[in-house]
Design a protein around this ligand. Structure first.
Ligand SMILES: Cc1ncc(C[n+]2csc(CCOP(=O)(O)OP(=O)(O)O)c2C)c(N)n1
Ligand SMILES: [Mg+2]
Length: 604
């Protein structure tokens, strides 16, 4: 090396990641990973090391990175507590099928087995989450093929790979090219994903089934994210409506007349009605788990496309199950699909969609104490710039994102779908901003999520905002808006307690303190405003979207506005009634809101 030092295993690993086009690494220090940190320091500008305030944030940012870049996400942490903190972010990546490589430090290999401080059984801890690949680099010769294989495995499986790096091995001299002898490996970087094109006869059978349908419903998920134009063409050709699973929100714009919006518990009346009344279901890249919102088994004939055979015909007894890429399959299918003669189903859907949009507006305008969260989200949505990227946390913000944010062409939105972990909103948004500094980014988060990890995440936002400016690379678009839905409650679960379990809101587990989120942002040197009156909502949104720095809107919203599906099943209604009669502290206000929000019971 230039300073006369020998290149270490850590230098080699860092270089090798560079060869794999890795440029950004999210992480946190600790003695178990110091060798790698020093190598990152030596690598200088070749990497953007993003220091987080908590390892979970590094895991979540690594899980977000591929969603916004198409690249692999890389995160790094120390042994024991670092790895354990990071685990939640890694599971988030695994459950949402994001390719992530985690470099996890370990105490010196020479001492492992003697219960050294911070020594944990990392293999056991990481075994499940890193099921695509998990290895310990115990000898310098291993570094090359273990890194190559970890990256390739993560990309191939679209999942998590983890490499455990004992501290003493990190510091050993690198062996760049092991000798050509027994037991040594000679790997190389590089990965080209293959195209999954289903056989012609399967596509033909799917086309026949779809052509025979008179009331076709499309349900699209994350697997359809690169296939938006094809989905639109198929829907137009078949006169079909398009409903979206949460992670598929960005597949097609929300403002098309045949897009019914989200489906399920968080979904719209229009989507759920279309699912009940369709005669043909076409699922594209979705593993949407709430089967009660799909047609009753056998009520519709069905075609499904998925890249993962194990997801096929799992939630619904589909007639034609296609193992294939969404876009590739749809391209093959389109020429075989017949133009519809009758437009009645399409008109019916368009009518539901119009009604739905009017109802959403009415519900958002309904009075609440002090603010109706739907109104805040709608006003912000209406003002979003064309290329905005949105994220939402787990909680009511996910519901309002699903129902009240109108994604237009060019916009993107994501959240923690599979794991549905709290605390994802801000780290996802920050990863989006680092990937696209020229685009406005908006995070919708709960006050519980703020108290859980959001304050730390805001510190990370501050650090990255400052760092960009100090390096003379200020974000091309400074807008980074965090909307905190301050409802003093773990509200999503409060509604689950009522409608799923028939239990009243348990103040001891649900109520949380009212904190000053905007004041915290301002105190950090960022900007923010607290909103407590409906007439101040618009001005707050305008201010946030005109700010020259990250901005927090602390919106004091009503926790009695229901996040229930628009139509309740008899069971849900019975449970809700039981909960409210069982001493729910907010029963009266809840009953009033149920009326204002026009929550109705499905025909028994
Ligand atoms: C890490 C984690 N813990 C618990 C949950 C269960 N959970 C889902 S939503 C929610 C409430 C979140 O409260 P808050 O952030 O205030 O959002 P709200 O629903 O009130 O808008 C909880 C506890 C979870 N999803 N993730
Ligand atoms: Mg809350």
């Amino acid at each position: 090396m230039a300073d006369g030092r020998e290149r270490t295993v850590s230098d080699f690993i860092v270089d090798r990641l560079g060869t794999w086009q890795v440029r950004r690494i999210y992480g946190y220090a600790g003695d178990g990973i110091n060798g790698v940190m020093a190598a990152l320091d030596r690598a200088g500008d070749r990497f953007d090391f993003v220091q987080v305030a908590h390892e979970e944030l590094a895991g979540l940012m690594a899980s977000a990175h591929p969603r916004f870049t198409g690249e692999i996400g890389v995160c790094v942490c120390t042994s024991g507590p670092g790895a354990i903190h990071m685990l939640n972010g890694l599971y988030d990546a695994k459950l949402d099928h994001q390719p992530v490589v985690a470099l996890v430090g370990q105490q010196a290999f020479a001492g492992v087995g003697a219960s050294a401080q911070q020594e944990t059984n990392l293999r056991a801890i990481l075994q499940d989450v890193a099921s695509s690949y998990l290895e310990i680099v115990a000898k310098p010769e291993q570094a090359r093929h273990v890194i190559d294989r970890a990256v390739r495995a993560a990309l191939d499986a679209r999942s998590v790979a983890a490499v455990i790096l004992p501290h003493d091995v990190q510091l050993e001299p690198a062996i760049e090219d092991p000798p050509h002898e027994h037991g040594r490996q000679h790997s190389a970087p590089g990965f080209t994903p293959s195209r999954l094109v289903p056989p012609d006869d399967v596509i033909r059978r799917a086309a026949e089934l779809l052509n025979a349908g008179r009331r076709v419903a499309l349900l699209v998920g994350a697997g359809a994210l690169g296939a938006g134009p094809q989905v639109e063409r198929v829907a137009e050709r078949l006169g079909a409506g398009v409903a979206k699973a949460l992670l598929g929100k960005g597949v097609v714009p929300d403002d098309l007349p045949y897009v019914t919006g989200s489906v399920g518990w968080l979904g719209t009346g229009a989507s759920n009605r279309m699912m009940r009344e369709c005669d043909t279901l076409f699922m594209i890249g979705t593993n949407f788990p709430y089967t009660e919102f799909l047609p009753a088994p056998g009520a519709a004939r069905a075609v499904q496309i998925d890249v993962e055979p194990r997801n096929l015909a799992l939630r619904y007894p589909v007639d034609v199950a296609i193992h294939g890429d969404a876009a590739e399959t749809l391209v093959g299918l389109l020429p075989l699909l017949e133009e519809r003669g009758t437009e009645s189903w399409r008109d019916e859907i368009a009518g539901w969609v119009r009604d739905e949009r009017e109802a959403a507006e009415r519900h958002a305008r309904a009075p609440a104490t002090p603010l109706n969260p739907q109104r805040v989200v709608r006003e912000l949505s209406a003002r979003l710039p064309d290329d905005a990227i949105l994220t939402a946390d787990s909680g009511t913000s996910a519901v309002w994102l699903a129902r009240h944010v109108t994604l237009r062409r060019g916009m993107h939105a994501t959240l923690s779908g599979g794991l549905a972990t709290m605390g994802c909103g801000i780290p996802y948004a920050l990863a989006a901003k680092l990937a696209h500094p020229g685009r406005p980014v908006v995070a919708l988060v709960g006050d519980g999520a703020m108290q859980m990890s959001g304050f730390s995440a805001l510190v990370d936002v501050l650090k990255q905002w400052r760092r960009a400016r100090e390096r003379g690379r200020a974000w091309g678009d400074p807008r980074f808006v965090v909307l905190v839905l301050n409802n003093r409650d773990l509200n999503y679960v409060t509604w689950e307690q009522r409608a799923m379990d028939g239990e009243p809101r348990f103040l001891g587990s649900q109520a949380i303190p009212d904190l000053r989120y905007a004041d915290f942002a301002t105190w950090l040197g960022l900007d923010g405003v607290r909103v407590e009156r409906p007439e101040d909502v618009v001005a707050a949104c305008d201010r946030a979207l005109a700010a020259d720095r990250p901005f927090v809107i602390d919106a004091v919203v009503d926790h009695n506005v229901p996040t229930l599906p628009p139509t309740l099943t008899k069971t849900m209604e019975d449970k809700l009634t039981r909960a409210l009669a069982a001493g729910d502290p907010d029963a009266d206000a809840v009953l009033r809101q149920l009326e204002l929000q026009e929550i109705v019971q499905q025909n028994p």
